[in-house]
Design a binder for this molecule. Structure first.
Ligand SMILES: [Zn+2]
Length: 205
Protein backbone atom coordinates (compact mmCIF):
# COMPACT_ATOMS: atom_id res chain seq x y z
CA UNK A 1 0.00 0.00 0.00
CA UNK A 2 2.88 2.36 0.76
CA UNK A 3 4.00 2.08 -2.85
CA UNK A 4 0.50 2.96 -4.03
CA UNK A 5 0.36 5.98 -1.72
CA UNK A 6 3.76 7.12 -2.97
CA UNK A 7 2.28 6.97 -6.48
CA UNK A 8 -0.71 8.98 -5.29
CA UNK A 9 1.64 11.66 -3.95
CA UNK A 10 3.39 11.80 -7.33
CA UNK A 11 -0.03 12.12 -8.99
CA UNK A 12 -0.99 15.03 -6.72
CA UNK A 13 2.37 16.70 -7.31
CA UNK A 14 2.42 16.38 -11.11
CA UNK A 15 -0.52 14.90 -13.06
CA UNK A 16 -3.20 16.52 -10.90
CA UNK A 17 -1.92 20.02 -11.42
CA UNK A 18 -1.40 19.38 -15.15
CA UNK A 19 -4.86 17.87 -15.59
CA UNK A 20 -6.75 19.83 -12.97
CA UNK A 21 -8.77 21.74 -15.55
CA UNK A 22 -9.81 18.50 -17.26
CA UNK A 23 -10.98 17.00 -13.96
CA UNK A 24 -12.82 20.18 -13.00
CA UNK A 25 -14.63 20.43 -16.32
CA UNK A 26 -15.51 16.70 -16.12
CA UNK A 27 -16.86 17.29 -12.62
CA UNK A 28 -18.91 20.28 -13.73
CA UNK A 29 -20.11 19.08 -17.14
CA UNK A 30 -20.10 15.30 -16.63
CA UNK A 31 -18.36 12.68 -18.71
CA UNK A 32 -18.84 11.96 -22.41
CA UNK A 33 -16.47 9.08 -23.09
CA UNK A 34 -16.17 8.01 -26.71
CA UNK A 35 -15.36 4.37 -26.05
CA UNK A 36 -15.98 1.55 -23.64
CA UNK A 37 -13.21 -1.01 -23.41
CA UNK A 38 -13.74 -4.52 -22.07
CA UNK A 39 -10.26 -5.58 -20.97
CA UNK A 40 -8.58 -8.21 -18.81
CA UNK A 41 -7.62 -7.70 -15.16
CA UNK A 42 -4.01 -8.51 -16.07
CA UNK A 43 -1.74 -5.84 -14.54
CA UNK A 44 0.35 -5.68 -17.72
CA UNK A 45 -2.51 -4.73 -20.01
CA UNK A 46 -3.81 -1.35 -18.88
CA UNK A 47 -6.15 0.08 -21.56
CA UNK A 48 -5.41 3.64 -20.41
CA UNK A 49 -1.70 3.06 -21.00
CA UNK A 50 -2.12 1.25 -24.32
CA UNK A 51 -4.53 3.82 -25.78
CA UNK A 52 -2.86 6.74 -23.97
CA UNK A 53 -6.19 8.21 -22.90
CA UNK A 54 -6.92 11.22 -20.74
CA UNK A 55 -9.47 11.24 -17.89
CA UNK A 56 -13.02 11.20 -19.23
CA UNK A 57 -12.19 9.72 -22.65
CA UNK A 58 -12.78 6.01 -22.10
CA UNK A 59 -14.86 3.78 -19.87
CA UNK A 60 -13.13 0.59 -18.84
CA UNK A 61 -14.48 -2.65 -17.46
CA UNK A 62 -11.95 -5.33 -16.69
CA UNK A 63 -12.52 -8.96 -15.81
CA UNK A 64 -10.72 -12.26 -16.17
CA UNK A 65 -9.93 -12.77 -19.88
CA UNK A 66 -12.00 -9.82 -21.18
CA UNK A 67 -15.10 -11.96 -21.47
CA UNK A 68 -18.56 -10.65 -22.21
CA UNK A 69 -21.24 -13.02 -20.92
CA UNK A 70 -24.39 -13.56 -22.98
CA UNK A 71 -27.35 -11.28 -22.29
CA UNK A 72 -29.12 -12.74 -19.24
CA UNK A 73 -31.35 -10.33 -17.33
CA UNK A 74 -31.87 -12.46 -14.21
CA UNK A 75 -31.19 -12.04 -10.50
CA UNK A 76 -27.46 -12.85 -10.69
CA UNK A 77 -24.88 -10.11 -10.11
CA UNK A 78 -23.74 -9.17 -13.61
CA UNK A 79 -20.86 -6.72 -13.18
CA UNK A 80 -19.73 -6.63 -16.79
CA UNK A 81 -23.27 -6.44 -18.15
CA UNK A 82 -24.06 -3.58 -15.74
CA UNK A 83 -21.03 -1.67 -17.03
CA UNK A 84 -22.17 -2.29 -20.62
CA UNK A 85 -25.66 -1.05 -19.84
CA UNK A 86 -24.29 2.10 -18.23
CA UNK A 87 -21.87 2.80 -21.09
CA UNK A 88 -24.15 1.96 -24.01
CA UNK A 89 -27.59 2.99 -22.76
CA UNK A 90 -26.84 5.83 -20.35
CA UNK A 91 -23.69 7.38 -21.84
CA UNK A 92 -24.27 6.23 -25.45
CA UNK A 93 -20.62 5.55 -26.23
CA UNK A 94 -20.10 5.27 -30.00
CA UNK A 95 -17.33 2.63 -29.80
CA UNK A 96 -17.07 -0.62 -27.88
CA UNK A 97 -13.72 -2.42 -27.83
CA UNK A 98 -12.91 -5.92 -26.60
CA UNK A 99 -9.21 -5.88 -25.75
CA UNK A 100 -7.55 -9.26 -25.35
CA UNK A 101 -3.87 -9.97 -24.88
CA UNK A 102 -1.00 -12.45 -25.07
CA UNK A 103 0.07 -14.60 -22.09
CA UNK A 104 -3.47 -14.38 -20.66
CA UNK A 105 -3.75 -16.40 -17.45
CA UNK A 106 -7.52 -16.68 -17.85
CA UNK A 107 -7.16 -18.24 -21.29
CA UNK A 108 -4.43 -20.51 -19.94
CA UNK A 109 -6.93 -21.68 -17.30
CA UNK A 110 -9.44 -22.27 -20.09
CA UNK A 111 -6.97 -24.43 -22.04
CA UNK A 112 -5.27 -26.26 -19.18
CA UNK A 113 -7.82 -26.10 -16.37
CA UNK A 114 -8.01 -23.49 -13.63
CA UNK A 115 -5.50 -23.71 -10.76
CA UNK A 116 -6.94 -25.65 -7.79
CA UNK A 117 -7.32 -22.50 -5.72
CA UNK A 118 -9.17 -20.66 -8.49
CA UNK A 119 -12.16 -22.93 -8.96
CA UNK A 120 -14.85 -21.08 -7.02
CA UNK A 121 -15.21 -18.39 -9.68
CA UNK A 122 -12.47 -18.50 -12.34
CA UNK A 123 -13.33 -21.98 -13.63
CA UNK A 124 -17.10 -21.37 -14.02
CA UNK A 125 -16.42 -17.89 -15.43
CA UNK A 126 -14.06 -19.27 -18.08
CA UNK A 127 -16.45 -22.09 -18.94
CA UNK A 128 -18.50 -19.60 -20.96
CA UNK A 129 -15.61 -19.64 -23.47
CA UNK A 130 -15.78 -23.39 -24.06
CA UNK A 131 -16.50 -22.92 -27.78
CA UNK A 132 -13.33 -20.81 -28.12
CA UNK A 133 -11.38 -23.57 -26.35
CA UNK A 134 -12.75 -26.20 -28.72
CA UNK A 135 -11.75 -24.18 -31.78
CA UNK A 136 -8.25 -23.62 -30.39
CA UNK A 137 -7.79 -27.30 -29.49
CA UNK A 138 -8.47 -28.29 -33.11
CA UNK A 139 -5.49 -26.18 -34.14
CA UNK A 140 -2.31 -28.16 -34.71
CA UNK A 141 0.35 -25.49 -34.05
CA UNK A 142 2.67 -24.99 -31.10
CA UNK A 143 1.26 -24.43 -27.57
CA UNK A 144 2.13 -20.72 -27.87
CA UNK A 145 0.31 -20.42 -31.20
CA UNK A 146 -2.65 -22.31 -29.78
CA UNK A 147 -2.81 -19.98 -26.76
CA UNK A 148 -2.74 -16.93 -29.03
CA UNK A 149 -5.47 -18.42 -31.20
CA UNK A 150 -7.57 -19.09 -28.08
CA UNK A 151 -7.03 -15.51 -26.86
CA UNK A 152 -8.23 -14.22 -30.22
CA UNK A 153 -11.17 -16.64 -30.31
CA UNK A 154 -12.20 -15.35 -26.87
CA UNK A 155 -12.24 -11.80 -28.29
CA UNK A 156 -14.52 -12.96 -31.13
CA UNK A 157 -16.75 -14.80 -28.67
CA UNK A 158 -17.10 -11.67 -26.54
CA UNK A 159 -18.00 -9.66 -29.65
CA UNK A 160 -20.63 -12.26 -30.60
CA UNK A 161 -22.03 -12.17 -27.06
CA UNK A 162 -22.23 -8.36 -27.19
CA UNK A 163 -24.74 -8.75 -30.03
CA UNK A 164 -27.02 -10.84 -27.78
CA UNK A 165 -27.78 -7.63 -25.84
CA UNK A 166 -30.77 -6.08 -27.63
CA UNK A 167 -29.68 -2.53 -26.74
CA UNK A 168 -26.28 -3.25 -28.30
CA UNK A 169 -27.51 -5.07 -31.42
CA UNK A 170 -29.94 -2.25 -32.17
CA UNK A 171 -27.47 0.71 -32.25
CA UNK A 172 -24.95 -1.51 -34.06
CA UNK A 173 -27.41 -2.13 -36.88
CA UNK A 174 -28.41 1.53 -36.84
CA UNK A 175 -24.74 2.49 -37.26
CA UNK A 176 -24.48 4.56 -34.06
CA UNK A 177 -22.38 1.99 -32.20
CA UNK A 178 -19.35 0.20 -33.64
CA UNK A 179 -17.78 -2.93 -32.14
CA UNK A 180 -14.05 -3.58 -32.34
CA UNK A 181 -11.71 -6.38 -31.30
CA UNK A 182 -8.02 -5.99 -30.52
CA UNK A 183 -5.22 -8.16 -29.15
CA UNK A 184 -2.18 -6.74 -27.38
CA UNK A 185 1.22 -8.40 -27.22
CA UNK A 186 2.80 -7.80 -23.82
CA UNK A 187 6.15 -8.94 -25.20
CA UNK A 188 6.31 -6.52 -28.15
CA UNK A 189 3.85 -3.79 -27.14
CA UNK A 190 2.15 -4.15 -30.52
CA UNK A 191 -1.63 -4.05 -30.87
CA UNK A 192 -3.36 -6.16 -33.52
CA UNK A 193 -6.85 -5.09 -34.56
CA UNK A 194 -9.53 -7.53 -35.70
CA UNK A 195 -10.16 -7.19 -39.43
CA UNK A 196 -13.32 -7.86 -41.44
CA UNK A 197 -11.86 -11.19 -42.63
CA UNK A 198 -11.39 -12.43 -39.04
CA UNK A 199 -7.62 -11.91 -38.95
CA UNK A 200 -5.76 -9.61 -36.54
CA UNK A 201 -3.39 -6.98 -37.95
CA UNK A 202 -1.53 -3.96 -36.55
CA UNK A 203 -3.24 -0.65 -37.32
CA UNK A 204 -1.59 1.69 -39.85
CA UNK A 205 1.13 3.80 -38.20
ZN1 LIG B 1 -5.76 -11.83 -19.38
Amino acid sequence: MEKLLAGYRRFRASSWSEQRRIFESLANDGQRPQALVVGCVDSRVDPGVIFDTAPGEMLTVRNVANLVPPYAPDVAYHGTSAALEFGVRVLAVPHLVVLGHGLCGGVQALLEGAPENARDFVAPWMSMAESARERAMRFAGSPQERAQLAEQEVIKLSLANLLTFPWIAEPVSAGTLTLHGAWFSIRTGVLAVLQADGSFAPPPV
